[in-house]
Write a protein that binds this ligand. Structure first.
Ligand code: SF4
Ligand code: SF4
Length: 72
């Protein structure tokens, strides 16, 4: 059976750039963007070339509820 793929989406305007999701993602999917959001934070951004396992850790640690993970 094929493994389910997951896609992580960061709502960049909600992100405060705390980097918690980046630290806790064991797969290195999330990185700090070079760009700033409207509030002036370097928001977290997913690297789609890395494999998200759908573990939901990033969703759980984000204090701003800025992350959603979808199974595809
Ligand atoms: S769901 Fe898990 S693997 Fe996917 S980006 Fe979040 S912490 Fe990383
Ligand atoms: S945990 Fe949430 S607020 Fe912190 S960098 Fe990640 S998406 Fe942004």
């Amino acid at each position: 059976m094929a493994r389910k793929k997951h896609r992580v989406v960061v709502k960049s305007e909600l992100c405060k750039g705390c980097d918690l999701c980046i630290v806790y993602c064991k797969k290195g999917v999330l990185a700090s963007s070079e760009d700033l959001n409207k509030a002036g934070y370097h928001y977290a951004s997913p690297d789609d070339s890395k494999e998200c396992t759908g573990c939901m850790v990033c969703v759980l640690v984000c204090p701003e509820v800025a992350i959603e993970v979808y199974g595809e």
